[in-house]
Design a protein around this ligand. Sequence first.
Ligand SMILES: Cc1ncc(COP(=O)(O)O)c(C=O)c1O
Length: 368
Amino acid sequence: MSIQFGPDYVRAIAPYQGGKPIAEVAREFGLDEAKIIKLASNENPLGMPESAKQAMLGAMADLGRYPDANGFELKQAITGKYDVPAEWITLGNGSNDILELAAHAFVQPGQSVVYAEFSFAVYALATQAVGARAIMVAAKDYGHDLDAMAKAITTDTRLVFIANPNNPTGTFIPAADIAAFLAKVPQNVVVVLDEAYNEYLAPELQYESIAWVRQYPNLLVSRTLSKAYGLAGLRIGFGIAQPAITDLLNRIRQPFNVNSAAQAAAIAALNDSAFLQKSARLNAEGYKQLTEAFDAMNLEYVRSYGNFVLVRVGNDDGAGARINLELLKKGVIVRPVGNYGLPQWLRISIGLPEENAGFIDALKSILS
Ligand SMILES: Cc1ncc(COP(=O)(O)O)c(C=O)c1O
């Protein structure tokens, strides 16, 4: 028998399933790459902002050197934008890095982590990777049931993950509910409030999570530049928390976890409010375009506050995979979510108007 390496809990991990790359679909289905529509990874359909591209090009001359391990200038930009001290910021190789760092820093094997059913897949992965026990709390209307999550916390719970808005369902938790939840959580339990899609929220729904960070030493807010800021490929995100948390995250992160091009691009993107507004506007229009089409096709969908929509494409458990395959054959890449326990649904990232239209046409012809 061959030797098995590593602990059982690592061998039990099912790897993260990302959106299929365009080149792979082109190869597999014999399609022209240029004609493929990818609405599978909640990326910004506008691509990266020109301001970030210029900043990145400027940083290229120095790529022979290591990046600034402490990200001084980027932290200055974040400090300016969110009014927090630099000592409260942890930079991450994507916000995914922050989520994993939190699990590694705060949870030991055998302790537990609480998260919601149908919430972001990385919470389960990060929990498993540290040999912790997952306490997955049943979703309510496809979103977080914060009352049940508070009750699910046990004496060995060290971490809670909350996504607001949530991926892949797009649900949103109003600020008052989060405030009530934070007041209930024991002080030795770290709460990660993952706000990867925050920038897509309408102004009336925006809330000041940083004020909670000031109030609660056990709160870590995580943000990314992969979504509305259009920098998914550069891998850059950050966490904001008081020093008791930030200090530990910074001890275990890789010294150079964020590369110099990403740092330079992120500074430019954070200051590019015109691009952010354009992205949010395009997203709102695309949401209307997609959901009006779903209404016309009589398809159920979950009200989404992010840059994607979860739509039910059939009533049998083979529906998601089947329709996904048909869409791939037509050169449209979306995200099946059977791995989330949602086999009748597909998650569609909101694209450019013509991309949304191409997807709608393909779906119509498949379902008719
Ligand atoms: C809820 C949520 N959190 C975090 C991430 C991680 O994104 P990134 O590592 O690109 O910042 C994603 C990406 O899809 C997400 O949906």
